[in-house]
Design a binder for this molecule. Structure first.
Ligand SMILES: *Cc1c(COP(=O)(O)O)cnc(C)c1O
Length: 426
């Protein structure tokens, strides 16, 4: 193989890979019909048939519920909105604790704060990067109201185990299923094992509607409360004779007819959009698995991994080059990637300064939970030393380009000692 591109050689991948687009003619036609109808949203925030949205929204929800075999699918305008609605629906109250992982999109961890809930971080597993049930169990107190499991990077958390743990303690399991639309554990779809599961349909996910989300649940009461929180529930409480008015300050989390129309088409083709990403990730794993100091993603027995992110654990000692330098060389070869995912979320100023809502530090005044460094050592180590991430969802990669990606990684690994001269001379 030729010299490293970082040292003046020719890059393996000449051009930036094109972006993946899941949009096609069917989506265009579906949107066109909504435009022609003149009505881009069918919602009214008051009692009456329009309280539950327009025809496409309802059709989309019915299709989603049928596709995943759930009793209720409630569409929202984002996964973030869905998380907030879920926190409201379970009756979360100021001072209640919600156990969350520190390695996830920030919305997962901050959503309890909207209701005065206290996020409590439990560390992740070293192999699948999902929240560790043992660490969760150690954090449960009489104040715990819910556990949020994220099926991170497309791999299911230990959902059955977490659900059993939640049931034993009489608390809720909520699944943030933004990254694993077709994940499964022992044949059961992700999103369905928790009391509520929440999908994301933002642009970066496997399928999307621009912005959007869907909450699924088999519980009639929870579904009804999510619908109320989604759409100005305060206006319905008196009219519908709802006795439990807890958290019935509503929002506007409504999905538009445009998004629902796109969502219907995307949903019909979700298997294809997910399996393309899975195949790319598997090609990268199979092509680089043998490399020393380079640990490709593992899939727990009985699970389906959707590979929202393909994360490699880099062992600088075994490889003999720093992660940063290796990454520079990889980038020079044209392999798009980044180091780390997000910082452990308790490092956000919000937690460090213990101020979320208002000026008085509320709701942190309700707890003596601390958010110091060292809280979740597995997450900190992955973030600081080990993670190299590639996003199969982001790029349109054919088999030839996938092979080039493998070649780029193998080239840098094979020539890694050449990088040490660079490190020494600075
Ligand atoms: C994308 C994502 C979210 C947020 O989704 P939105 O639809 O953008 O609100 C939340 N959690 C996880 C794990 C995500 O990946």
């Amino acid at each position: 193989m030729s010299q490293l591109a970082l040292l003046g050689g020719t890059p393996v991948i000449a051009n930036e890979p094109p972006s993946y687009s899941s949009m096609g003619e069917a989506e265009k036609a579906a949107v066109g019909k909504v435009i022609d109808s003149g009505c881009l949203s069918g919602f009214f925030g008051s009692p009456g048939p329009e309280f539950l949205g327009g025809p496409r929204v309802r059709e989309f929800e019915a299709a989603w519920a049928a596709r995943f075999g759930v009793k209720h699918a409630v569409s929202v305008n984002s996964n973030t909105s869905g998380l907030i609605a879920a926190m409201g629906a379970i009756g979360l109250s100021p001072g209640d604790e919600v156990i969350v992982p520190p390695w996830t999109m920030s919305a997962t961890a901050v959503s309890p704060l909207i209701y005065g809930g206290i996020p409590v971080f439990a560390d992740i597993e070293d192999e699948t990067f999902c929240i560790d049930p043992e660490k969760v169990a150690a954090q449960i107190t009489p104040k715990t109201r819910a556990i949020v499991a994220v099926n991170l990077f497309g791999h299911p958390a230990r959902l059955r185990e977490l659900r059993d743990l939640a049931d034993r303690h009489g608390i809720y399991l909520i699944e943030d299923n933004a990254q694993a639309p077709l994940g499964s554990e022992e044949g059961v779809a992700t999103g369905k094992i928790g009391h509520i599961g929440i999908a994301s349909l933002n642009y970066h996910k496997h399928i999307h509607t621009g912005e959007g989300g869907v909450c699924v649940t088999d519980d009639d009461d929870l579904a009804g409360r999510i619908q109320l929180i989604r759409n100005h529930g305060e206006n319905l409480v008196g009219h519908d004779g709802i006795s439990d008015a807890v958290n019935m300050v509503g929002f506007n989390f409504r999905m538009t007819e445009l998004s629902a129309a796109v969502g219907l088409v995307q949903l019909a083709d979700v298997e294809r959009h997910v399996s393309i990403r899975e195949r790319l990730a598997e090609t990268l794993s199979d092509g680089t698995r043998d490399l020393e100091g380079w640990t490709v993603p593992k899939v727990r027995t009985g699970c389906r991994h959707n590979y929202y992110i393909w994360l490699v654990k880099f062992d600088a000692k075994a490889i003999g080059v720093s992660r940063e330098l290796f990454s520079k060389a990889l980038a020079a070869e044209g392999f798009p990637h980044y180091l780390a995912y997000v910082p452990p979320l308790y490092r956000l100023p919000l937690f460090q300064r213990r101020v979320a809502i208002g000026r008085e530090g509320w709701p942190f005044t309700l707890t003596d939970r601390r958010y110091d460094d060292g809280l979740c050592p597995v997450t900190e180590r992955l973030h600081e030393n080990e993670a190299i991430c590639f996003e199969p969802c982001a790029y349109d990669v054919d088999d030839a380009l996938a092979e080039k990606m493998v070649e780029a990684i193998r080239k840098v690994h094979a020539h890694r000692r050449d990088l040490n001269a660079l490190a020494e001379t600075g």
